[in-house]
Design a protein around this ligand. Structure first.
Ligand code: GRF
Length: 192
């Protein structure tokens, strides 16, 4: 069976990373087996690094602070991703703005905790909670040079009802943990 390799980039807790390792990594689907070939984190103390170790996977730490500009940081990541043979890059809580050095050289998808194109940026959960909207949601989209603006691949939404912010956030994470692994499988398993 064909093996398809992915890279995962993260910056923090890595709960979405763990769901991919649990439900996708090393598993066979209808047309392919998917393997995580590369993990990159820009924060050396991120908890996700420990989560990956439980699956026997080491993370390459690439600290943005050690690079003189965004472009050179992005070039380093692209070099590591290309060397791993990954054909799809998954941004799972990766909190850096990416330049064309990255976006033009790899095929990447991102998880975002709002119903795009609404509430782009780093405060999406608070912004959508505080908006007058009756629903909240999440999106998985292709990454391009514009922040949170690439083509939308998949979305889920839910009614806010009388949730407090904490419950709203929990609901978002619960949906994310299902939608991101499913979208990776859909993309790779349906690819010709
Ligand atoms: C998720 O809510 C994702 O939408 C956002 O960052 C968070 C990452 O959480 N981009 P985790 O590190 O996967 O737990």
């Amino acid at each position: 069976m064909v093996i398809k390799k992915i890279a995962i980039l993260f910056s923090g807790s890595g709960s979405n990373l763990e769901k991919i390792l649990e439900g996708v990594h090393g598993r066979s689907f209808s047309t392919c087996k998917i393997e995580v070939a590369c993990l990159i984190c820009n924060k050396k103390d991120a908890y996700g690094i420990q989560r990956a170790k439980k699956y026997g996977l080491e993370t390459t730490i690439i600290e943005h602070a050690n690079y003189e500009d965004r472009e050179s940081f992005d070039r380093k990541m692209v070099e590591v991703i290309k060397a791993s043979g990954a054909q799809l890059v998954v941004l799972a809580g990766f909190m850096r703005i990416l330049t064309p050095e990255f976006t033009k050289n790899v095929n990447a998808i991102n998880l975002h905790p709002s119903l795009l194109p609404l509430f782009k940026g780093a405060h999406a959960i608070e912004d959508s909670y505080n908006s007058g909207m009756k629903v909240g949601g999440i999106s998985v989209h292709y990454v391009n040079e514009e922040l949170d603006a690439g083509e939308i691949i998949a979305q889920e939404c839910f009614k806010k009802e009388d949730m407090n912010l904490e419950e709203f956030e929990e609901k978002i994470h619960a949906l994310e943990h299902k939608l991101l692994p499913k979208t990776i499988i859909d993309i790779l398993d349906n690819q010709k």
